[in-house]
Design a protein around this ligand. Sequence first.
Ligand SMILES: *Cc1c(COP(=O)(O)O)cnc(C)c1O
Length: 388
Amino acid sequence: MPFDFSERLKALPPYLFKELDRIRDEVRGRGVDVIDLGVGDPDRPTPPYIIEALTRAAADPANHKYPVYSGMNSFREVVAEWYSRRHGVSLIGDTEVCSLIGSKEGIAQFPLAFVNPGDIVICPEPAYPVYASGASFAGGVPFFAPLLEKNGFLPDLKAIPKDILPRAKIIWVNYPNNPTGAQASLDFYRELLEFAARHDLIVASDAAYSEVTALPKPHPSVLELPGAKERVIEFHSLSKTFNMTGWRLGWAVGDATLIKGMGLVKSNVDSGVFQAVQFAGMAALRGTLEPIESMGRLYAERRKVIAEGLDKAGISYLHTDYTFYVWVKTPRGLSSAAFCSKLLNEAGIVATPGNGFGPSGEGYARFALVQEADRLREASQRLASLRF
Ligand SMILES: *Cc1c(COP(=O)(O)O)cnc(C)c1O
């Protein structure tokens, strides 16, 4: 039937990873042994004690009903305990925590609660595409703040034009950053909070990678700063921390009004997270930190392996303690597309072209360290033999 997609839908760029999958499959179809470092989906399985908690809870008929929209009280309490244990931040589970069906749903839908048509949402770029698409779906207008190497891939707040600020409602930040791997300091967060207070902005922080590190401590949360809670909502997820991308469990924490708005949107469009999945999440958050530590070590080791190949090929990249990404600068000023197609065609390596995350990603590519070390060693050797 000749139905037209809505203007809203037509205005979106194609979702990056669907296109990548298509090209990878095409090359694989030609019989190439492809090493896929494209999509940021952890390759290792979910730890067994989390799966056991799910299985137990799934067998209990008490969990076969609709859950509470904003999450079981016990789940929200466990998230509050987690923030206290990991960040020294105290939160009230009842009003300052909301469960999410993965943080993506929260990030996509949060603007519906606070953005009116024509309001501006300040989004970083290059970035996870959902900040901008969520803003657009709510009738908002994304304003893109470039993340540049010379600024450590932090937004230059002073460079945001003064005339857009009266109409701006939300500023998104994402540290540790996808795609660059950049980290933020509490000093940056202090500057961000002052900026947001001056211009009456909501700070929306996506902390999906705060636990993906070999360091003994998570990446700092903006909520660690005094007074932050009044204007901050922070999104988190079990996906990357505990290898649970398919399970769909995350949360939002922060100011009670922001959390209430998020919950009101959710109660109109979804019916919450399967309680058995929430029980599994509680087992994860209450359990030992061993899975976090061992995944951190694993990614650090993989980073070393790929770094050897990059160094030999004379390709530079951002050094970071967080995420499982390597943000690579294309050699000899190649475009992202030219570099990635050379990698795929001459080395059978899938990387994500940096410009797919936004125009300032042009001249870069992202490697996701989601293959075992022996495959990365192979990738590393293939990289080292390339001539640019
Ligand atoms: C993976 C990812 C998320 C979303 O994770 P969920 O599985 O939806 O919880 C959010 N933000 C960034 C930057 C990500 O890379």
